[in-house]
Design a protein around this ligand. Structure first.
Ligand code: SF4
Length: 353
């Protein structure tokens, strides 16, 4: 293990990528606030997408205390486009706790960090390792893939027992005074070399001990995730006001979206009649409607749902309420809305004109 870590770190020091949240000197302590924000932004989002968001964020919210004093509305506006808005809301909640309980400095124990909203095992490990140089483990998709191949592990961390197995390997790798380098090296190795579809084993510093590589089985690891989908048939409403605004809601009742703006939708069978559906009355009264048109259907998959949705465009003879943030101007809808499900429905409407 010692020689593996050395080979990995040597490779990393020659090939390390520099991002706005990483300092130039790989041995320097990193700012805990920067590590925290970048790691949350990077969840489910590519590095190239995150860079401009991170830079804008740090220009406006330069430290935890500045962030803690901002309004939720402003914080969300800096997150607009990254999706999964609960992440931004949790960051703000945590910032307020850190300001009040820890004088604006992120705590340096796993227990305290994991007690903060939105900070899980991975993020806590990243903060402790990169900002405080503690020998703490991290485990994300990249490391999971590497470990699966390195040790020929034929299961994914889909339950607690399996996750513990992977975390045990991650912990073993982090047992080092240079855990901050080892962890970052594993992240970069996963991103640059041990890629999902085509691992570039010939340049990998771990190839001499990688079971999957030595057995010529890199394509068999990690195993494919078995997904069980639930079919969902529904109707999406594109409600357009007379003055050119479209109505979105921050849906609590949606089975797939929480805390993000999306078009109103509800269960609706494709065999159902194409009359004005009674469920639409939850958003508009029939008297407000000049016309309603079924403009087509689309398919979409999200989390464990396979969606087949029809789209209905409703034109109102009333104006949008100017003080209601749920109404978005048609002019810049595609810049403001990041919800792919809603965008597919909007395309159906705009392509039908
Ligand atoms: S040898 Fe290939 S499969 Fe094994 S860790 Fe390296 S890149 Fe991944």
């Amino acid at each position: 293990m010692k020689s593996q870590k050395k080979a990995l770190v040597d490779w990393f020091l020659k090939n390390r990528s520099v991002f706005p949240w990483r300092v130039q000197d790989p041995y320097a302590l990193r700012d805990a606030y920067w590590v925290w924000i970048s790691e949350i932004m990077l969840q489910q989002t590519q590095v190239s997408t995150v860079i401009p968001y991170f830079e804008r964020w740090m220009e406006r919210f330069k430290d935890v205390n500045t962030l803690a004093e901002a309004t939720e509305e402003e914080v969300l506006s800096y997150w607009q486009g990254l999706g999964y808005y609960s992440r931004a809301k949790n960051i703000l909640k945590s910032a307020r706790i850190i300001k009040k309980q820890y004088l604006g400095i992120l705590p340096s124990t796993r227990k305290e960090l994991e007690a903060l909203p939105g900070i899980g095992k991975y993020t806590a490990g990243a903060i402790l390792s990169f900002a405080y140089h503690a020998p703490e483990a991290i485990l994300d998709g990249n490391l999971t893939r590497i470990f699966s191949r390195l040790y020929s592990i034929s299961f994914l961390p889909q339950n607690k027992k399996q996750a513990d197995f992977y975390w045990a390997h991650a912990t073993e790798w982090a047992q080092s005074p240079k855990a901050f380098l080892v962890n970052e090296a594993l992240m970069d190795l996963g991103r640059l070399v041990c890629k999902v579809k085509t691992p570039n084993c010939s340049v990998c510093p771990l190839k001499n001990s990688c079971k999957a590589y030595l057995n010529q089985q890199t394509q068999s690891f990690p195993p494919t995730k078995i997904r069980r989908y639930t079919a969902w048939e529904g109707l999406v409403l594109v409600i357009e006001s007379q003055d050119g605004f479209v109505f979105f809601e921050n849906s609590e009742s949606s089975p797939f979206f929480k805390n993000q703006y999306c078009l109103p939708h509800f269960k609706f069978s494709k065999t159902q009649s194409k009359n004005f559906p009674i469920q639409a009355e939850s958003w508009v009264s029939f008297e407000q409607v000049i016309s309603f048109t079924f403009v087509g259907a689309f398919k979409h998959a999200i989390t464990t749902y396979k969606i087949e949705a029809q789209v209905m465009h409703l034109l109102l003879h009333t104006n949008a309420s100017q003080n209601d943030p749920r109404w978005f101007s048609k002019k810049n809808l595609f810049e403001k809305i990041s919800n792919a499900f809603s965008l597919k429905a909007l395309e159906k409407v705009f392509n039908s004109h």
